[in-house]
Design a protein around this ligand. Sequence first.
Ligand code: FAD
Length: 506
Amino acid sequence: MIKKYVILGGGTAGWMTAAAFARFVSSENAQIVLIESDAIGTVGVGEATIPHIRAFNDMLGIKESHFMQSVNATYKLGIRFTGWGNETSDYYHPFGDHGFPIKGVGFHHYWLGAKNAGAGIAPFDSFSVGNVLAREKKFSYPSANPDDVLSTFSYAYHIDATAYAKLLRTYAEDRVTRIEGQVVTVNKNTETGFIESLTLASGQCVEGDLFIDCSGFRSRLLGQELGVEFQSWKKWLPCDSALAVPTEGNVVMQPYTHSTAKTAGWCWKIPLTHRIGNGHVFSSEFTNSEQALRELEANLSGDMIRDPALIKFEAGVREKTWKNNCIAIGLACGFLEPLESTSIYLVEVAILKLLELLPRDCKNCALEEDEFNRQMENEYLKVRDFIILHYALNDRPEEFWRHCANMTLPNSLQEKIDIFKTTAHVVEYDTGLFMPPSWLAVYLGQGLFPGNLDSRLTESNIHEAIGLIRGMPAHLNQIVSQLGESATSVAAHPPASRMSLYGIRR
Ligand code: FAD
């Protein structure tokens, strides 16, 4: 029987795990301990989320208004990508659909058909109501009526991740024993290799049955102690550094994350209610920190609150995320750059899968271990491919971008792109991110326009639909213009009782 769970790390991953365990693990059966070190601190970044965080908060019973006020949250309807396809391109990736199927055929086939016929139609992202809201800096809750066009988008938040960890700490405090201190020795059983206890610098020894490694990039237990190798994806994701800096922010809130391509990477801009988060993710092989800093500074719109912090990283994941009686969650398990705001999502997925598979006894949990590893590997690979896609589909002139456009892609991604190029069909995953509307946003936003379309589409079908397609952006603009509230004012007063629905798919 597992009598004691030990979580190492008090960053976002550690406290999200602790909160979920506090909610679901019965106190009669087991004790939960979390160890964190003030001296080491947390990575201190991670501000953009995707809609799944709403399901996670719902699961804990945290109301949206309380959450938003505690973490200085603003709404996020998607991501705006400036300069990604080429130097002048500018498109939005929404949490939502573009258009609707016509006579059973996906909308994008009609859009491509009309475009290929020279009908002079609006860019693909004009056909998503979430994007129109974002562009107009407005916010509305999605409608629950499936016949309403306002039901076709979803939303997430921009948050102060440190404040989120604090909120979860308060939530979990009654149930979780928190120990401050640095783990200096990991004591393992010499025969089985299972972890038995952790010794802190103070000399205190913390015993446990199941250890959850949320120790960040250090991967103190899974990586350092159990020797699980790091599988690097640097050859496809060459960015290895980030400069992060908050600035004063009194601007009208944009309800989207803004990502702007730069010489050898990209800059993010994330509005919170009390400041703006900014950063520059770049490849040190193609630029240096001084040049990257200059490009970051040029992208800022307010005074810096502190000096920029340089964070070094490598894209990749541990070969296993569960070994023996140790499971790594968060940065201790792997990292993919924050281009699609997926790290907190990957933490949520790991926690949920762990709760689903939580063994009664660690000595006989090989089946749970294999299943967890299989599912987490799948999640990481799918996110990886989608992130690489943004780099692969570019027509920018700089050396870094030429390198990305010409690199050999993972087969799983190359096949997907080839099918789209040949048939305009988006391969759909059974599990894991991302769903077809997201792939379409990037394919068509970055200029990959297939010629061959769904075989059911005839020239006369397209001709008939052109009027409808032409009129749609104006129709969406009109709907949005009638929605009164700016994103700034809704975020300042989120409805008190609002909770969202479980089962959000993206
Ligand atoms: P950390 O925050 O590093 O926490 C590690 C914890 O372990 C700390 O409490 C530390 O004290 C403790 N610890 C370590 N070693 C020991 C020891 N020996 N003894 C005791 N305690 C120890 N994610 C998103 O979802 N959206 C984003 O927009 C986003 N942006 C990012 C931008 C950048 C530049 C980076 C690098 C990451 C970003 N992330 C983002 C990822 C996100 O920051 C992390 O996934 C998230 O913060 C979880 O981090 P963590 O808890 O795993 O690690």
